[in-house]
Design a protein around this ligand. Structure first.
Ligand code: NAP
Length: 371
């Protein structure tokens, strides 16, 4: 059985009551959201439930039991979450949560710490702290249990709602472009889908790092936005072959690193336009999961291909990524060099409509859902 958590509403020990009292003095926590109530001895909350795999209409707001923070976890009162492409795959039944993860969608959130679970006393986090968090699921809810290694402070100058859209993009971009591909200042980076949540963040961070940034997108409006965010070369993939344009812009040398969201349909062209010692990091399969890989070209150019998924990584790896983000990325966010790009905010109850918007690709940056 799990040890009792330190809950805001009902602290179970003197130490817990003291922690709650200290937290109350430190920050003004919002009152418990309307719509939550006690069911028997269990408290309940509202969460978006996928009634069965299918379209956006399958997302329904329901009363469900409160999560219980386990060892090394805290309970977060969610102020906002954000939509990711992976949520659409999960809704369609193609991307089940990893073992132990909450069943509700939502890979990131912001809010306040409502309770400390067991074995968190030395974590430095306190009840009442404002946080944002990388999740394995469960963000589309009023409360979620989060491993302490996946918590980040809200960067100074950033609002709670817009901070909800930062953890997933910051951790994905940092871990792939910098930790895995080792992008250096002065190198060239190609970001596919520059208008996406991931793309808008990658363009800004790589530009701030001193890279020459190329990006693709499907509309001139998105490309214009990418230029404003620091992209040097913008390519409308509906109107021209990106590999040819890369060759033209680099005098045939190619780019050093590619962050790819398409997978199979872009593999050949990606390998074609990588420079000697180039690194391709594949994070999405929007263009399919398989394709032929030209090993001859890889051998001659000494290329590497990486493919990663953040959600399925073990806790310790996620914690290392989060720590890297706090150290290297948060200072740039606090300085205003890298900004959260939020297309729109919608109420959590309208998650289905938010999914429709993402599937239409009408958005630029993140779609945030507020509780
Ligand atoms: N592996 C991981 O750990 C990880 C983590 C986070 C996200 N991801 C992946 O990253 C991708 C982006 O996620 P997101 O949440 O930021 O989604 P998103 O905002 O919906 O972005 C998807 C983007 O792809 C663009 N796109 C579609 N076809 C394209 C093409 N042929 N060439 C270039 N761009 C194209 C879309 O707009 P236009 O067509 O209008 O340009 C849209 O901007 C998804 O594949 C997601 O699964 C992976």
């Amino acid at each position: 059985m799990r040890a009792a958590a330190v809950r805001c509403g009902k602290p179970e020990t003197a130490a817990a009551r003291a922690a709650v009292s200290r937290a109350g003095q430190r920050s003004q926590r919002p009152s418990r959201p309307a719509g939550t109530e006690t069911v028997g001895t269990l408290r309940s909350m509202r969460a978006i439930v996928i009634s069965e795999p299918g379209g956006p209409e399958r997302l329904t707001l329901r009363e469900v039991p409160d999560p219980e923070p386990g060892p090394g976890e805290v309970l977060v009162d969610v102020a906002a979450t954000a939509v990711n492409r992976a949520d659409i795959n999960q809704r369609q039944g193609n991307y089940p949560p990893p073992p132990g993860a909450p069943e509700y969608p939502g890979l990131e959130c912001s809010g306040h710490i409502a309770a400390l679970g067991p074995e968190t006393a030395a974590s430095g986090w306190h009840v009442g702290d404002q946080v944002c968090a990388l999740l394995s699921g469960g963000g589309y809810a009023e409360r979620v249990a989060v491993p302490v290694g996946q918590l980040l402070p809200i960067p100074a100058g950033i609002g709670l709602a817009e901070a909800a859209g930062l953890p997933e993009v910051a951790c994905t971009v940092w871990s792939n472009i910098f930790m895995t591909a080792g992008l250096r200042s002065g190198e060239t980076l190609l970001v596919h889908g520059g208008g996406s949540g991931i793309g808008t963040f990658a363009v800004q961070l790589a530009h701030a790092w001193g890279a020459r940034v190329f990006t693709t997108a499907g509309s001139d409006e998105k490309l214009q936005r990418c230029r404003e965010l620091g992209a040097d070369v913008t390519i409308n993939y509906r109107e021209e072959e990106f590999a040819e344009r890369v060759h033209a812009e680099t005098d045939g040398a190619g780019v050093d690193v590619i962050l790819d969201i398409m997978g199979g349909s872009y593999l050949a062209a990606n390998v074609r336009c990588l420079a000697v010692n180039g690194r391709l990091t594949i994070i999405g399969l929007m263009g399919g999961r398989s394709a032929e890989l030209d090993l001859g070209r890889m051998l001659v150019k000494r290329l590497s291909v990486h493919a990663t998924s953040l959600r399925s990584r073990p806790r310790a790896e996620k914690a290392a990524i989060v720590q890297g983000v706090a150290e290297h990325v948060w200072p740039l966010v606090e300085a205003g060099t890298v900004r959260p790009i939020v297309d729109r905010e919608m109420p959590l109850a309208e998650a289905g409509e938010a999914h429709r918007t993402m599937e239409s690709s009408a958005h630029i940056g993140k779609i945030v859902l507020t509780t």
